[in-house]
Ligand binder design. Structure first.
Ligand code: NOJ
Length: 871
């Protein structure tokens, strides 16, 4: 570790960490403290299960032709900024196979021009609309495809959102695993139907930015990566749940995260990668490391890592744990050939699974420059060529982006103020969040500032805006089209001007925001994670200044998650409140659509809004913990996050999970439960096949030497050897030391199958339908509208949450029309994870369903008869 710290220092990765004044949450007497992760070997090999058979066969045929060098090239990144994309592996010129390109982000194509900025995941989650999830995925995938990207680095379901201050929560969907599970599955299908591999990330427990990686900090010195210490039940019932959905939906790649889990670095955690992901969940694609999240060579390969990103040990070190060293490890027999073959096969299987062999354009942009001609190897200043073709890949996506954003806008309060007519005599628009960033929408690198209206968070989970419609311009268009008056004050601190305008207008629309992002950028003292849950730019004071003088004040919140509304939500002068999330490029048009009733809001909160941070559970860890190299982040609250925590502690939130109003009203009636005979649950048994080896490799070290016609380009990572003496060829100073590798890690013989496994996603019987539930929903108002009908389930046991989401659908209903809500209840939905048997069981406790308009507006209920399944 010391060596790594020095290396990080050497390349200037010394970070200044900022932190709010909080007490450290970790309880040192917790049984989770210093938790250990058990070993599990060998790494399961792909077998082509589920619908992967054809892709698997094609991948095997491809990999069988490859030399050892070529296989290594497929698995090892070529180094930071060494090629067009944020991550690239080596090419296989002999077969005309171009280098694979991995590109951020979960909301669009990062570092490229003429691309769209879609609503963030945490925003579109509020639509509760599977069609929107799919369409957004498809359109994002299409844009990646047309720019020549092979792997889109998204969607994100880790962080899940354990704590609302987690800096990257907005890249994912919702702290509810069921909602997130549906969102990720549809997104993966969308991206992959467009012909691009989805990389679901970050696996797993990457719930905060502080200390996510080892580093040297100004205030603390060296601190190792944080360890998220989590028990098995919490893993299965909460954090793994959406990953299972992603695997079942066929995600071609999964990114292992920066943090440790139970004190084992994630990308070399054999339990979580081998046993859980590739074993129990039957993942058929490949595991890719987060950028510099790999901390070992052979160990990470044995623990299931298939691709290292960006390939160098630390950015631009010129060294790799793999590359040359991976070649050597197979040549000297440390790593069995079958493991490298498996990694290469998994990568190629994902490639064929999504049809990259059919619809594949050459990468036509470069992440590191917008110049048309430049160095393709930007860091190495090599390969000067046409790098940016400036291809516009946006098609007509602006239309659906606007629709999605409007469909994801939650109406939290409405005293009849909305919808506006557009004929208000004088409209006042207030707040920095209503207008332009003076540096332009992309003026701060990776959106690392909070100037102007907030339409995405900051960090790698971003794309460049092709334009950004501000709320002010969209509102102004409506008002001026009607010949009315509009004034605006965009400086939150211009008190005199704010008061002067607020005292005059007929309606005041106040925009506030709260931002967060990835920890390599600190904005206003927030090191990625939020320091608090309040609105930025003294948003509360702004609302107060306006609403104390205008009795028709409408508040719009753009934010990465919950914002405390205590100071204004119940003010009489605040006549309406909207949560507009992070809407992407069409922000202004979308909010105007809702404000002026062109769209009737139907979104529901994908999280809870409480009255204090403490209500949500344990705080983030902002400071290291004495006596521990790695801060010990004990997930003591288990599965009780967000509404489950509020319910457990009997705290009444301000706006509960699932809450959202409409301009019309709905009523619920006629619940009915139809039982489906699914038969008993059969644990998976038997043995796997033996690990296949694909082709042979030469043992003659001369075959692996640097080709005489190749010049090393900067810090580019290659698979070759520079000596026939392996000690010399390896740049590992400890090469040749007598390591003992974990028992079983090289064993390619048939292995026992895992009872809770059996197919991608887990035991396929978990998806058996046990009940079909229906209910009638009537629109009682005068406007057509959408209602997100929600089904919650009580598992009934003393350790179970009061209720958990287990069904939803967004229904469009005409006035006076009644439509039927239908949802299936799966075996998985009524099961608990049983640690002793390492399987899902249906407990003996009575189970009940509730149907309603939010997690606290439950209008219908029914019992579930599960007697024949209960143990
Ligand atoms: C690190 C981030 O954690 C990950 O999400 C991203 O895909 C990579 N950097 C590449 O930019």
């Amino acid at each position: 570790m010391q060596r790594l710290a020095q290396a990080l220092l050497a390349i200037g990765l010394v970070q200044a960490q900022s932190y709010p004044n909080t007490t450290n949450p970790t309880n040192s007497s917790s049984p989770l403290n210093d938790a250990q992760s058990p070993p599990f070997y060998p790494s399961p090999w792909i077998e082509g299960t589920g619908d992967w058979a054809e892709a698997y066969a094609k991948a095997q045929a491809f990999v069988r032709q490859l030399t050892l060098i070529e296989k290594v090239n497929l698995t090892t990144g070529t180094g930071w900024q060494s090629d067009n994309c944020v991550g690239n592996v080596g090419e296989i010129p002999r077969l005309g196979f171009k280098a694979l390109c991995m590109q951020d982000s979960p909301l669009g194509v990062r570092f490229a021009d003429y691309v769209s900025a879609f609503p963030a995941g945490g925003s579109v989650a509020a639509s509760w609309d599977r069609g929107e999830f799919y369409r957004r995925g498809y359109e994002m995938g299409s844009e990646h495809r047309d720019k020549g990207v092979d792997v889109q680095l998204g969607p994100a379901v880790g962080p899940l959102g354990r704590n609302p201050k987690g800096g990257r929560n907005w890249e994912g969907f919702s702290p509810d695993p069921y909602l997130t599970g549906h969102a990720v599955a549809e997104t993966v299908r969308g991206i992959q139907d467009a012909g691009v591999i989805a990389c679901t990330k970050h696996y797993i427990y990457n719930e905060q930015e502080h200390f996510r990686q080892p580093g040297n900090f100004e205030d603390f010195g060296f601190v190792d990566a944080i360890s998220s210490n989590v028990d098995d039940k919490t893993l299965h019932e909460l954090y793994l749940w959406p990953f299972a959905d992603a695997v079942r939906a066929g995600t071609g790649a999964i990114m292992c995260s920066y943090n440790k889990a139970n004190n084992s670095q994630l990308c070399q955690n054999s339990y979580l990668q081998n046993y859980i992901l590739k074993g129990e969940l039957g993942f058929q694609g490949f595991i890719m490391s987060d950028w510099q999240a790999q901390h070992s060579g052979v160990s990470s390969a044995q623990a299931g890592l298939d691709m290292t990103m960006p390939g160098d040990t630390v950015f631009n070190s010129g060294f790799s744990y793999w590359g040359t060293n991976l070649t050597i490890s197979v040549l000297n027999g440390t790593l069995p050939q079958w493991r490298l073959d498996d990694a290469a096969t998994r990568i190629m299987a994902a490639y064929y699974y999504v049809g990259r062999d059919r619809d594949n354009v050459t990468t036509n942009f470069n992440s590191w420059t917008r110049d048309t001609y430049s160095y393709r190897n930007y860091y190495g200043k090599a390969d000067y060529e046409l790098v940016n073709q400036h291809i516009d890949v946006r098609a007509e996506h602006f239309r659906s982006i606007r629709t999605s954003a409007a469909k994801s806008t939650v109406l939290l309060k409405n005293n009849g103020a909305l919808p506006l007519t557009g004929h208000e005599k004088w409209t006042g628009v207030f707040g920095n969040d209503a207008g332009e960033n003076l540096y332009g929408p992309n003026g701060c690198a990776d959106r690392g500032c909070d100037n102007g209206t907030l339409a995405m968070g900051w960090g790698s989970g971003t794309s460049d805006f092709p334009y950004l419609i501000t709320p002010l311009e969209a509102i102004k268009r409506v008002v001026t089209d009607n010949g009315r008056a509009l004034g605006s004050v965009l400086d939150n601190y211009a008190y005199a001007q704010i008061q002067a305008l607020a005292a005059q207008v007929s309606v005041a629309i106040v925009f506030v925001n709260a931002d967060s992002g990835e920890g390599y950028i600190t904005v206003d003292g927030n090191f990625g994670d939020r320091n608090n849950l309040t609105a930025w730019g003294s948003g509360d004071a702004l609302i107060k200044n306006v609403s104390s003088l205008c009795n028709n004040t409408i508040v719009v919140i753009h934010s990465v998650g919950p914002v405390l509304v205590n100071s204004f939500y119940d003010s009489e002068n605040v006549t309406a409140i909207l949560w507009a999330g992070l809407p992407g490029q069409e922000s202004g048009n979308a909010i105007a659509d809702v404000l002026y009733g062109r769209v009737n809001p139907g979104a529901k909160l994908p999280f809870t809004i409480g009255t204090s941070e403490e209500e949500y559970g344990p705080d983030l860890i902002y400071e290291p913990i004495a006596g521990h190299d790695s801060p010990q982040d004990n997930f003591e609250e288990g599965i009780f996050i967000d509404y489950r925590a509020f319910d457990k502690k009997n705290i009444t939130p301000v706006y509960e999970f699932g809450f959202g109003l409409s301009y019309t009203t709905f009523s619920y009636s006629n619940v009915s439960v139809q039982k489906v005979n699914a038969g008993p649950y059969v644990p998976t048994t038997g043995l796997t096949t033996a690990a296949p080896t694909l082709g042979n490799f030469s043992r003659d070290l001369n075959d692996y030497q640097w080709p005489s016609d190749l010049t090393r380009e900067g810090t580019f990572i290659y698979p070759y050897l520079n000596s026939t003496n392996l000690t010399e060829a390896s740049f590992d100073p400890q090469y040749g030391l007598n390591y003992s590798w974990p028992a079983g890690s090289s064993d390619g013989s048939p292995q026992a199958r895992i009872a809770a496994g059996g197919a991608p996603g887990g035991n396929p019987q978990l998806w058996d339908v046990l009940f079909t539930v229906t209910a009638s929903i009537t629109n009682n108002g005068t406007l057509p509208g959408d209602e997100v009908v929600q089904l919650y389930l009580s598992l009934g046991g003393p350790e179970d949450p009061a209720i958990q989401l287990r069904g939803f659908d967004r229904l469009s209903i005409q006035p006076n029309e009644t439509v039927t809500f239908t949802t299936d209840i799966l075996r998985r939905d009524v099961s608990n994870w049983e640690v002793e048997s390492q399987n899902w069981v249906i407990s003996k406790y009575p189970k009940k369903i509730y149907i309603g308009a939010s997690s606290r507006k439950l209008y219908l209920e029914a019992d579930l008869d599960l007697s024949e399944y209960q143990s």
